[in-house]
Write a protein that binds this ligand. Structure first.
Ligand SMILES: [Zn+2]
Length: 194
């Protein structure tokens, strides 16, 4: 489990932002500082947003707002009764194992079909990488999904086991490819077939 301090706009972990990113020109160090400012407060206690703004060291900035919004979008931070709470690693892992938004939700719940397998497995691995799971965790979740969604039983694989199939997608994890395009293409095929 690791929390990479990504740009809240384009998710880069370097100084090279995507063209058009709102934080183009913002240094890595500033992105990291905004994260540690928020996490230093949230890892100690749950607080309302107003109190959080006052508790961070230094002045609250637009970057803080964007990082907080991204942490909430990624379900690292959740709101309980008006308080912002940083999820424990185990709780977070359980939550992100089941994507609840499209197009990943269809892939996760319905499973993949022949013709969509390559994109589906790519998307699942890329998603688990993006939310910060280790390779072992991403691999375990993807293998479990292949079995439990019925994907593996539908066939259409050259590999002899789900583990082997997922291992072939390790480069997706290592390169940090995005999941969106692969997931969109996979869902289109699944929707046509099922
Ligand atoms: Zn950026």
């Amino acid at each position: 489990m690791r929390l990479r301090y990504r740009c809240p706009g384009c998710r880069t972990t370097s100084n090279l932002h995507d063209p058009g990113c709102d934080f183009e020109g913002v240094d890595r160090l500033e992105v990291e500082t905004a994260h540690t400012d928020l996490l230093s407060v949230l890892s100690a206690r749950s607080v309302g947003e107003e109190a959080l703004r006052e508790a961070v060291p230094g002045r609250w900035s637009g970057l803080h707002t964007a990082v907080l919004s991204r942490l909430r979008g990624d379900q690292r931070v959740v709101e309980d009764n008006g308080s912002l709470r940083l999820l424990e690693p185990e709780e977070f892992k359980d939550r992100v194992a089941r994507p609840t938004f499209e197009p990943l939700q269809t892939i996760y719940e319905t499973g993949s079909v022949p013709g969509a397998h390559d994109h589906s497995v790519f998307a699942m691995v890329a998603f688990y990488e993006m939310v910060g799971l280790s390779w072992e965790e991403a691999r375990e979740n993807t293998v479990e999904w292949l079995r439990e969604s019925g994907t593996w039983d539908r066939g259409g694989f050259e590999e002899s086991a789900p583990e082997e199939l997922v291992d072939e997608k390790k480069h997706v994890y290592e390169e940090g490819y995005g999941w969106k395009q692969a997931a969109t293409e996979a869902k289109a095929v699944i929707d046509r077939r099922l």
